[in-house]
Design a protein. Structure first.
Length: 122
């Protein structure tokens, strides 16, 4: 009886976390779409800002999904189900890693002209 209650609570938690991830990703996608339309005629810097913001939101959504995967592993009993969750978690972790790396690289490239300009003043 306690196990059944724990499984139901865990399933509801996973569903809730997945729903939060869905909301984050859906909101971010709409925001990026609208921002992208507005930035069409603007500078490359402003367009990059739209995509950087979108990437940050996607990282947040992926993090929520990974959390749901971790919680879900606590109630899965078959190795097949755990293997599938592990494969999904690996894919999400790699996506998250590469998105974060890209965001960091773009930030560094944006800071580089500032460093050069500051160096020429001094």
């Amino acid at each position: 009886m306690v196990r059944e209650w724990l499984v139901r609570l865990t399933e509801a938690t996973v569903l809730g976390i997945d729903f939060m991830a869905l909301l984050v990703i859906a909101f971010a996608t709409v925001e990026a779409f609208v921002g992208g339309l507005r930035a069409i005629r603007k500078s490359g810097h402003e367009r990059r800002q739209v995509w950087l913001r979108y990437a940050r939101w996607l990282i947040a959504g992926l993090t929520f999904q990974l959390a749901a995967d971790l919680v879900e592993t606590s109630i899965r009993t078959s190795w097949m189900a755990i293997g599938q969750l592990a494969a999904i978690a690996v894919v999400r972790t790699f996506l998250n890693f590469f998105l974060e790396r890209d965001v960091t690289e773009v930030r560094e490239r944006q800071r580089e002209p500032l460093r050069v300009a500051e160096g020429t003043r001094g």
